[in-house]
Design a protein around this ligand. Structure first.
Ligand code: PLP
Length: 404
């Protein structure tokens, strides 16, 4: 008789955004005349940049002729894309990454969820609280998190590092030593970030404890302040302790196009075993490459035109962030983020529960956001709004919140 992976049965409820989608669908069904604005899920709304569209068209045409047709992509991704990544994302910032340390994928969600494959069951993971849910859920699915404690809304074998207004959203080094540390910077959901000194402390700690940092830099393109590192490898000795994940979703609007990459330096080892070779083995076995046409589109993001056009898109979203941030501040809300990230993290008024604030906002302002508690217990009392809406909807949503 077949047996299921019963770790799945330990998972609480459904994925956060599925729960929100269900609530919103029920509201829309009951109120078909209402115009609901979503500043909830972090999905982009601006079309792909013209340089990316041109590259896609060209690549599609190539696929129509036998001489230029492409089948399976190389395991690690096409060299034209990996070279652009190595040059523009790393070398330009003074970081040397080798071509075979870059693994092209279909996005950072898959990579952050799949990376658990190469680590043993015995590892203790540490996550910031609140946290992007994929890190915890993927470890729970593979049996690394112990049991879910419903009353505490946390897992028995996970080190949680609270990030709240009290510590300026900078996680303190934990009392219990973890083996795998997840850091997302700029942060989803809080929109806050770590400066280079703060990140260097984590790198030093990980090297000292022989822990590995899984560094999610999906929002790197939104960094505006000079002392915020764009890559963890800007810190000294990070190559011996860190894996970095990047995505084209938010820097170039590829959420529906799907492209990302993971960097694993060859110096990163457990004993004699290099994690780079383990991930290469995993990638080669379980992944058959991101599509050629999408990798060409990714390459176009690094062209001069692509860089200028995506920079404009980011400026557009960051202007929304400013509108939300300053609008809410003007209404007396306490807000965080929105300077190096497209997320605004607000404190709910009068200690209101996050889900109550969600319901109130949906019912009275017809605006959808994300309850902070959905990202972890320390997210209770906070609420996330994204800057990924259209400028028009963002302004409209703020007007409605003002009239709450
Ligand atoms: N990492 C973080 C922190 C995210 O917020 C998201 C998406 O919202 C992802 C990864 C997913 O990226 P991708 O679209 O490349 O899978």
């Amino acid at each position: 008789m077949f047996k299921i992976n019963d770790n799945y049965l330990k998972l609480p409820g459904s994925y956060l955004f599925s729960t929100i989608a269900k609530k919103v669908a029920a509201f829309k069904e009951a109120n078909p005349d209402k115009d609901v604005i979503s500043l909830g899920i972090g999905d982009v709304t601006q079309p792909l940049a013209p340089a990316v569209i041109d590259a896609l068209h060209k690549a599609v045409d190539e696929m129509s002729r036998a001489e230029t047709f492409h089948g399976y992509a190389p395991d690690l991704g096409y060299e034209f894309l990996r070279s652009a990544i190595v040059e523009d994302d790393y070398k330009a910032r003074g970081v040397e990454i080798a071509l075979d340390e870059v693994f092209v994928s279909d996005g950072a969600k898959s990579d952050s969820g799949n990376i658990v494959d190469i680590f043993s069951q015995d590892n203790v993971i540490a996550v910031t609280d609140p946290v992007y849910p994929v890190y915890v859920d993927s470890n729970a699915m593979s049996g690394k998190t112990g049991d879910y404690l419903k009353d505490k809304e946390c897992w028995s074998n996970v080190v949680y590092m609270p990030c709240t207004a009290e510590n300026d959203f900078v996680p303190a080094l934990p009392e219990r030593t973890p083996d795998i540390i997840y850091i997302c910077c700029p942060n989803n959901p809080t929109g806050t970030t770590l400066n280079k000194d703060q990140l260097q402390k984590w790198v030093d700690y990980a090297n000292e404890k022989k822990a590995v940092i899984i560094y999610d830099a999906a929002y790197e393109a939104y960094i505006s302040e000079a002392d915020v590192p764009h890559s963890i490898y800007e810190c000294d000795n990070a190559k011996t302790c860190a894996i970095e994940m990047r995505s084209f979703s938010k820097n170039a609007g590829f959420t529906g196009t799907r492209l990302g990459f993971t960097v694993i330096p060859k110096e990163l080892k457990s004993g004699d075993v290099s994690l780079n070779s383990l991930w290469a083995r995993r990638h080669g076995t379980k992944f058959n490459g991101a599509p050629y046409i999408i990798q060409r589109a990714g390459e176009a993001v690094y062209s001069e035109a692509g860089k200028a056009q995506t920079k404009e898109q980011i400026a557009y979203y960051m202007n929304n962030a400013k509108v939300i941030r300053e609008g809410l501040q003007g209404m007396g809300y306490t807000v965080f983020g929105g300077i190096n990230a497209p997320y605004i993290w607000l404190q709910t008024p009068d200690g209101m529960k996050s889900w109550d604030f969600f319901d109130n906002l949906l019912e009275k302002a017809n605006v959808v956001g994300t309850p902070g508690s959905g990202f972890g217990p320390s997210g209770e009392g906070y609420f996330r709004l994204t800057a990924f809406g259209s400028a028009e909807n963002t302004k409209k949503a703020l007007e409605r919140i003002k009239n709450l």
